[in-house]
Write a protein that binds this ligand. Structure first.
Ligand code: G3P
Ligand code: MG
Length: 252
């Protein structure tokens, strides 16, 4: 499957513009839009009541005023938590958004989305079905684009099984021995690699496979410049504006 997506400016706001607003909240997505960024990445988990929600950690403790496992609570409870005050009192009252709330905002703001599936082990199919169902009205529009990704091979398998044509990328924290086979057999259009393991040779290999190459999480403009010079198409960053400013001569 060869599909081209536009990454210009070549930066994806990681969990939204997460250096400036609490990660994975609408405030962080609004900030990314205000900065002129065209893509945001966010993490999708599932509340006990079934709603896909935007959240990164297994536990509520770091980024909300709640405690314990996110997946144990209904959204009725989760929406009462403060997901902004931990970051800065200016963001008090910010809530954990649902996927539906988020996608509606992204459509209005014309922001493309990298939807990272973070299912509880053994619950991948349930989350994937619900996510695909909620995003169905938006999946086939060329712009803004929706690109799925996951570290979980089970989640990627279920995505491909239930949506033969969805755009999907393989996420790699380390080089898995069978990553090329997985990428080809699941028809991934992109590979999203931890920048700490990226080399010029690996970048050349991925580009020779005609895949989009994305690297996370890059908060140093000089490192971003090096990655771009190796053929990396875009980087995930918490400071997307500074990556763009530091690389003002990136060729379009
Ligand atoms: O999708 C890129 C990046 O978000 C993966 O790592 O832990 O920040 O979700 P993490
Ligand atoms: Mg993520």
């Amino acid at each position: 499957m060869t599909t081209s997506l536009e990454f210009y400016p070549p930066v994806i706001a990681h969990r939204g513009a997460s250096a400036y607003a609490p990660e994975n909240t609408l405030a962080a997505f609004i900030k990314a839009a205000q900065l002129g960024i065209k893509w945001v990445e966010f993490d999708v988990m599932q509340a006990a009541s079934g709603e896909p929600i935007i959240f990164h950690d297994d536990l509520l403790d770091r980024t909300t005023d709640g405690k314990g496992e996110v997946s144990h609570y209904s959204y009725t409870y989760l929406q009462t938590l403060d997901a902004g005050r931990w970051f800065d009192s200016r963001f008090s009252g910010e809530r954990i958004p649902t996927l539906l709330q988020t996608i509606k905002f992204l459509q209005e703001a014309k922001l493309s989305a990298n939807v990272e599936i973070k299912a509880q082990s053994g619950h991948e199919e349930k989350l994937v079905i619900r996510v695909l169902d909620e995003l169905a009205p938006y999946l086939h529009a060329a712009q803004p684009a929706i690109l799925f990704s996951s570290f979980s091979l089970d989640a990627l398998h279920f995505l491909r099984q239930h949506s033969p044509h969805c755009l999907m990328g393989l996420l790699l924290h380390e080089w898995e021995p069978d990553w090329q086979y997985v990428c080809t057999s699941l028809q991934c259009i992109s590979v999203h690699v931890n920048h700490e393991i990226m080399t010029r040779e690996a970048a050349q290999k991925i580009k020779s496979m005609d895949k989009i190459l994305l690297c996370y999480t890059v908060n140093d403009p000089a490192r971003a410049a090096e990655l771009y010079s190796w053929g990396v198409d875009a980087v995930f960053s918490d400071i997307p504006d500074r990556i763009v400013d530091g690389n003002w001569n990136i060729p379009k």
